[in-house]
Design a protein around this ligand. Structure first.
Ligand code: G6P
Length: 475
């Protein structure tokens, strides 16, 4: 097999660009707003890097291309693979299994076969484009077999893997009929990164129990002498970028306009999530609705804005969720709304970064209440936009972010009464109290941004295996 010229390769299910149609009907690409691409862009430019991923359309072959100085290598998926690998095994099996089985995971052998085939395609393409001794960084649950497949093809490259979602407790992971294959797939990496120390520990424990390798703290010792490390690297956002955006006159003006359109209430409560059953939307909407029916909050005084970004719309559980939320919001607005005054403004849409920043600026209280979440970057984005130290964050204990964002109003989203009480507390707190909390939150987010995260991971990945071993720190 020939060897490529990319010294640094990122592999993710998706390319970091979205296809848009230009004024003349031509295809244009726009860099996706995600933090990962922002963080890796400079490294990729410096290193002659390439990003490998699906370009988003089924049954379409596409040549590598350059966008905004980034070398992008599209990996094709057939319509059947979109159904079986992406919607099926990735989002109908792994996603619910890794998120505490909030929805029942489905196990289908043909989905697994498709997952294996697509992972192999990614590995083979990476093997073609990576330079001798390149660094390859594989992202997320869709591609857990790629590390071992790539190592087989290219033992010279240094391989990192980062899981953006939770890694489940051993009791749940063991339901997976292909548990051993997934563990062995991940063990192809030199460094496996997780959001939280507990996830890294789950992985190490499983490797010991299920695969039988020797482990010590964050290290796995393979029979061939290789050492794999598993550690936590909590991901973050482009905090400065968000703050700068939130300080622009356009965003400030738009925030004022949003407030006015909502009838200038005393309190704007905001939720922004992908429309996903892990996000705790139902519980949050019920809690707010009950505060109004109980009379604790008056419909003239507070408005709840919920933005739900369309996601994985052909997967059954997502379709059911959408109907459920539509019904719930309709019922509450119907029950307690007045002419010109709806307690819940529900938007099923995705917005550009500027509009998100304006919403964050307009919100007095941000509610982020997932039932389980790897990290949750919305919570961090809100904080980055609150440059005046005002506002309050109500945050689920089950979001990875809760490990760092100690000054948030922490809630258990399964406990509706508890959530109502915390929400009221956040709404009624003095400005001084909320500003004390926000200062602490901002210190954490502004000092630990996405660059730091990427640099930490890559420095550990590049570290000489010997020193690596010596500096082993507990997970
Ligand atoms: C989560 C996952 C990502 C995924 C994103 C959007 O954040 O960790 O890997 O890309 O959701 O989901 P989608 O299925 O649209 O790529």
């Amino acid at each position: 097999m020939g060897i490529g010229s990319a010294e640094f390769v990122v592999i993710a299910n998706r390319l970091p660009v979205d296809r848009v149609v230009g004024p003349g009907g031509e295809t244009l690409w726009r860099t996706s707003p995600g933090g990962l691409v922002t963080a890796l862009e400079p490294v990729m430019r410096r290193k002659g890097g390439a990003w490998l991923g699906w370009h988003g359309a089924p049954d379409e072959q596409m040549e590598p291309f350059t966008h905004a100085g980034l070398d992008l290598v599209p990996v094709p998926l057939s319509e059947t693979e979109v159904v079986e690998y992406y919607e099926g095994f990735s989002n109908g099996t792994l996603w619910p299994l890794y998120h505490d089985v909030i929805a029942p995971p489905e196990f289908h052998r043909e989905w697994w076969d498709s997952y294996v085939a697509v992972n192999r395609r990614f590995a083979e393409r990476a093997a073609q484009i990576a330079a001798q001794d390149a660094v390859v960084w594989i992202q997320d649950y869709q591609l857990q077999l790629v590390p071992a497949m790539l190592r087989e093809l290219r033992p010279d490259v240094r391989i990192g893997f980062f899981l953006h979602i939770p890694f489940p407790p051993t009791e749940l992971f063991q339901q997976l009929p292909w548990r051993r294959e997934i563990l062995e797939g991940l063990l192809g990496a030199d460094l496996v990164g997780f959001q939280l120390p507990g996830a890294a520990q789950n992985f190490i424990r499983l490797v010991r129990q299920r695969v039988g390798h020797k482990t010590h703290r964050d290290a796995v010792y393979l029979p061939d002498g290789r050492v794999v490390h598993a550690r936590a690297y909590p991901i973050s956002i482009d905090a400065k970028g968000f703050e700068e955006l939130a300080r622009t006159p356009e965003v400030i003006a738009r925030a004022a306009e949003i407030r006015e359109s909502l009838g200038s209430p005393d309190t704007i409560v905001l939720g922004i999530d992908r429309l996903d059953y892990t996000k705790g939307l139902r519980q949050r909407i019920r809690a707010f609705g009950e505060l109004i029916t109980d009379g604790a909050v008056h419909v003239d005084d507070a408005v709840f804005v919920q933005v739900a970004t369309p996601s994985r719309e052909r997967v059954d559980q997502y379709r059911l969720l959408r109907d459920d939320i539509d019904r719930l919001v309709g019922r509450i607005n119907g029950d307690v709304g007045r002419i010109g005054q709806q307690p819940i403004t529900y938007l099923h849409a995705s917005y550009p970064r500027e509009e998100m920043a304006a919403l964050y600026r307009a919100a007095d209280v941000m509610v982020v209440t997932p039932l389980r979440d790897g990290m949750n970057l919305v919570a961090k984005e809100y904080i980055a936009c609150r440059w005046d130290d005002r506002g309050a964050l109500v945050l689920s204990e089950f979001a990875g972010a809760a490990g760092e964002l100690k000054q948030a109003y922490l809630v258990n989203p399964y406990d509706i009464n508890g959530m109502k009480a915390r929400l009221l507390e956040a709404m009624r707190a003095t400005r001084k109290e909320n500003s004390r909390r926000m200062k602490g939150l901002r210190k954490q987010v502004m000092e630990n941004d996405i660059d730091q995260w990427a640099n930490d991971f890559l420095a550990d990945l590049r570290a000489d295996p010997e020193t690596h071993h010596k500096t082993t720190r507990p997970v």
